[in-house]
Design a protein around this ligand. Structure first.
Ligand code: 5CA
Ligand code: ZN
Length: 409
């Protein structure tokens, strides 16, 4: 698949800082020390509906990770998938009487447009589940041949008991795992499984559903977790710096991914940090495609909302917080954008070198974007109240907002 074009990232004076970020697996902050090429995998959309504010908030968090790394003059090797075949997509296509592949293509195209509008930097590899199938099949065969997977009525399941480190990403107890497994695509109640939590690696072809040639596995389609593992290992290899997604992916998705990778390579963890964004709610409930309580990025754009204001609305919440989208959140962001734009539109202003350092420090500290916004707010307030004589300052502030926050002033 193709990704989307990158917006330019302006260079800034001074030196970027290494990122300290919260790792779900260890439950604490880790200072990442990537090599000259930082490696990140972010779980992509299941394209059966348009990008909502919750998705955008999660991708905003990982866009900041990229920007902090780029500011340290590292290259970033960023991989994202598209779950372009899975139960929820097929169910939606069925419900609406449309072709599943056309639906996936259409929603992925819209996602790209939303990402461009929000100035999210593109992944270097943007890979669909369908195109990853030739790489997934041999991994499932290897897991089966190593005794880490077994067959049940033609389907192939991963055995969580084959992994001594199972549970070390989410650190949840068995009851919680079982509940979440049932909620998030698992089938803990299916009879015949070795462990109720065992996830599917390969689903044998079902009548009326798409299927692909699976070598010794027979025709079928891939399970969800192995999709991300295959893509990540293929394009990044083991031990990459960050695996990211929303907190609803901690279990089972990222736990199972780590487990599959452990069984395949004997190594743990697949990612040095498991990073999770909080959930955005609307009317008191998590925004979700299945519930339908959604605010779409594309809808706001159609209504004429400046994407930079949407971005500021996302940035005004810490990425790990669960928060609620309200009209006030958007009004505040629009007012802030206005204040910032008028502050940088003057020919001179208060010096901005310290501001750049404050933004850097805030973001390097577990992506504290609210603190970064507060720093720009202080500069803008100073500009509005007293002005300044530094002719380079407005340009520095614009470039910093763009390079570090993805906000075009
Ligand atoms: N295709 C899989 C990942 S491999 C998937 O979860 N797709 S998704 O379309 O359901 O979600 C895409 C991303 O948005 C995931 O990282 C998910 O955790 C995140 N996300 C979904 N809903 C919300 C929400 N309400 N708030 C914040 N992030 C969310
Ligand atoms: Zn994923």
């Amino acid at each position: 698949m193709h990704a989307w074009p990158a917006s330019e990232v302006p260079a800034l004076p001074g030196q970027g800082r290494d990122l300290r970020i919260h790792d779900t697996a260890t439950g604490g902050l880790v200072t990442l020390d990537p090599g000259p090429v930082a490696r990140i995998y972010v779980c992509g959309i299941t394209p059966y509906d348009a990008t909502h504010i919750g998705h955008a908030a999660t991708y905003n968090a990982f866009d900041l990770v990229q920007r902090v790394w780029l500011d340290t003059k590292r290259q970033v090797h960023y991989v994202q998938n598209v779950t372009d075949v899975d139960d929820p997509l097929l169910e939606r296509a069925d419900r609406d009487g449309v072709d599943w592949a056309a639906l996936a293509e259409q929603e992925t195209a819209l996602f790209r447009e939303d990402m461009i509008a929000l100035r999210m930097l593109p992944p270097r590899h943007y890979i669909g589940a369908v195109e990853a199938i030739p790489g997934i099949v041999p991994l499932v065969e290897r897991l089966r041949d190593a005794g880490a997977a077994y067959e049940l009525e033609g389907d192939v399941y991963f055995s969580v008991e084959s992994d001594p480190n199972f549970g070390k990403v989410s650190n949840l107890d068995a009851t919680a795992m079982r509940l979440l497994s049932a909620e998030r695509g698992g089938d803990p109640d299916r009879p015949g499984k070795k462990n109720p939590l065992d996830p599917m690696l390969w689903m044998a072809a079902r009548p009326g559903e798409p299927s692909w040639e699976g070598g010794s596995l027979g025709r079928g389609r891939p399970g969800w977790h192995i999709e991300c593992v295959a893509i990540a290992l293929d394009h990044l290899g083991m031990g990459f710096d960050v695996q990211g997604g929303g907190s609803d992916l901690v279990f089972p998705h990222h736990e199972m991914g780590a487990s599959h990778a452990q069984a395949l390579t004997g190594e743990f963890p697949m990612a040095r940090a498991y990073v999770h964004a909080g959930m955005v709610a609307l009317d008191g409930e998590k925004m979700s495609k299945s519930k339908g309580n959604l605010v779409f990025v594309s809808q706001l754009r159609r209504e004429g909302v400046d994407p930079a204001a949407i971005r500021l609305a996302l940035l005004s919440h810490h990425y790990r917080a669960d928060w609620e989208w309200t009209d006030q959140v958007l009004q505040d962001a629009l007012a802030r954008l206005e204040r910032w734009r008028s502050a940088v539109s003057r020919p001179d202003g208060p010096p901005a070198e310290a501001l750049v350092e404050e933004i850097r420090e805030a973001l390097a500290d577990d992506l504290d974007s609210p603190a970064a916004l507060a720093a720009v707010d202080r500069w803008a307030a100073l500009q509005h109240e007293h002005g300044g004589t530094d002719t380079g300052a407005p340009g520095v502030v614009s470039r910093a907002a763009d390079a570090l926050l993805g906000v075009a002033l």
